[in-house]
Design a protein around this ligand. Structure first.
Ligand code: NAP
Length: 275
């Protein structure tokens, strides 16, 4: 079946985005006649962006920093996971109405499945209390972890955003005896500041699995240390591809096979290791 459609990404600064490449490759693999554009929008104009999407006949759009929360006010219907998280990254325009979803939530789940990370009854520590952490925390709470511990530089502010998890600061993290999975959701270590990590090696040594939502560089200092300590180390590329796939499924009411997700993932792994 050939699907037609125009799609895109709304954000403030989008120069570095991999999304057009991922979606365009998917259009090829699925024999879809689609186009995916970048829409850099000023803060003052965000309220009009949904009407602009309708005018431009855009069928679906992703949303990134800093609009994932604010844009919800302008959406007609929000999905259950979007409501629970309090942020969306995917908009579907259907018969004039707008629908909002959080596909980071699903992308995170696909990544856990791909790398066989068992979260059942595990203690999971999350570094950072921003937008990505919200999707990760919600997924973990919905999927029977034993405990989620969130680490923030500002416990008071974090507790306003996260009411259902234990919140500690980085000093208290040093006192933690042991955990199962540690997840970096801060931008620390992201290109170009690649020689930083939000925690030191002694902290990482207390865990069995380390996940970094960052995908550029392919291996952050955090993940390099995790590998040196023989932890399972996973970067954010599969999650990124997973959230894009889930958005396409929503926009086109289709199911995309695991084989296609894996094919795109392998291609992007090859590309990023050549950089
Ligand atoms: P964000 O809303 O800006 O939040 C990041 C959080 O990290 C902040 O709220 C802050 O928490 C903490 N943080 C920021 N700078 C820090 C520093 N210098 N030291 C220590 N902590 C710091 O950003 P986001 O949207 O959550 O994204 C975070 C990262 O995840 C980015 O690198 C992004 O590219 C990545 N991401 C990846 C995917 C994927 O699909 N792979 C999806 C979404 C995001 P506290 O103030 O509470 O400490």
């Amino acid at each position: 079946m050939i699907h037609l459609g125009s799609y895109g990404l709304i954000g403030e600064k989008l120069g570095h985005s991999l999304s057009p490449e991922i979606h365009n490759r998917l259009f090829q693999l699925l024999d879809m006649k689609g186009s995916y554009s970048l829409f850099e929008i000023d803060k003052k104009d965000i309220g009009e962006s949904i009407d602009d999407l309708r005018t431009l006949n855009i069928k679906g759009c992703n949303v990134t920093i800093p609009y994932k929360e604010e844009i919800m006010r302008y959406i007609d219907f929000i999905s259950p996971e979007g409501k629970a998280i309090g942020a969306i990254n995917t908009i579907h325009i259907k018969e004039g109405k707008s629908y909002g979803y959080n596909t980071d939530y699903f992308g995170f789940g696909l990544m856990l499945k791909k790398f066989a990370v068992d979260i059942n009854e595990k203690i999971v520590v999350i570094l950072g209390a921003g937008g990505a952490a919200k999707a990760v925390v919600q997924y973990l709470l919905d999927n029977e972890v034993a405990q989620v511990i969130l680490v923030s530089r500002n416990k008071q502010e974090a507790s306003r955003k996260f009411s259902k998890v234990k919140i500690i600061d980085y000093d208290e993290l040093k006192d933690l005896q042991q955990g199962d999975i540690i997840i970096n959701t801060t931008p620390c270590g992201m290109y170009p500041k690649v020689d930083t990590s939000v925690v030191n090696k002694d902290v990482i040594a207390k865990f069995k699995v380390a996940i970094d939502l960052i995908y550029n560089p392919e291996k952050t200092l955090f993940l390099n240390w995790a590998e040196e300590l023989d932890l399972k180390a996973i970067n954010g590329l599969y999650m990124l591809i997973g959230q894009a796939i889930k958005a396409e499924e929503i926009w086109n009411n289709i199911k995309i096979s695991q084989a296609i997700i894996n094919e795109i993932y392998e291609e992007f792994v090859k590309k990023s290791s050549k950089k």
